[in-house]
Design a protein around this ligand. Sequence first.
Ligand code: ZN
Ligand code: ZN
Length: 250
Amino acid sequence: MHEYLHAFLDIFYCRSCLHCNRNLNNSYELYICDVCKKKIRYIHHPYCLRCGAVLGPHTNSLAKEGCTACKGKYLPFNTLTPVTYYDGVMKTLIHKFKYARQKFLFSLLHDILLTHENLNEIVPNVDVIVPVPLHWLKKMHRGFNQSELLSRGIQRHFSKPLSTNNLCRIKNTASQTHLSKGQRQANIHNAFFVNHPQSFKGKKILLVDDVLTTGVTASECSKKLKEAGAKSVHLLILASAKHPGQLCRF
Ligand SMILES: [Zn+2]
Ligand SMILES: [Zn+2]
């Protein structure tokens, strides 16, 4: 159906790639062209299952205690799964999705998220999916919470419960984009709150966020979930802005 619809629309509208502006002539090219699609940089094994750092080809990435970079260090979450790098095409798509409020891009980003080889091992073993929340004012302004939309896609695909109201953002922090790590930490302190800790007690939680920059936000959420009694927190990130090897320096 999609195929016919796009072929029809192509007659009247000139569709172009959101990243490189090349004309989209094939009905199966949705939003971005094939060349750009192939440019998306996925993070494949081997990477550290504990901190998400990209490792060398002969490193044991399955070690529970982590890699050489995170071994012995405190991390508020139990595992971190980054799906792609936050650069090039992914940066364009996420920017348009979030800041230009092109909500329809959710389907493409959701498909990208679901391609990750590890998802089938992680998601069936968790009890509940929790998106990193937005403050209600920001959500009202944007019209949606991007992490919640991604979480809903995972919920549908894996038939797992979703919790969107228990972990709340109670501080409407300014944009963190241009802040240093220290400033971000001060900014995010006590920004989150769990309404009913009992609902998370003993639960294995999949915490979903769209972008990981310094890791400060995801770490703060993980801490709150652990304080509420969560058994484990597994972080799933659509796009990681961290350079390989720096992911565990929280
Ligand atoms: Zn393109
Ligand atoms: Zn590690």
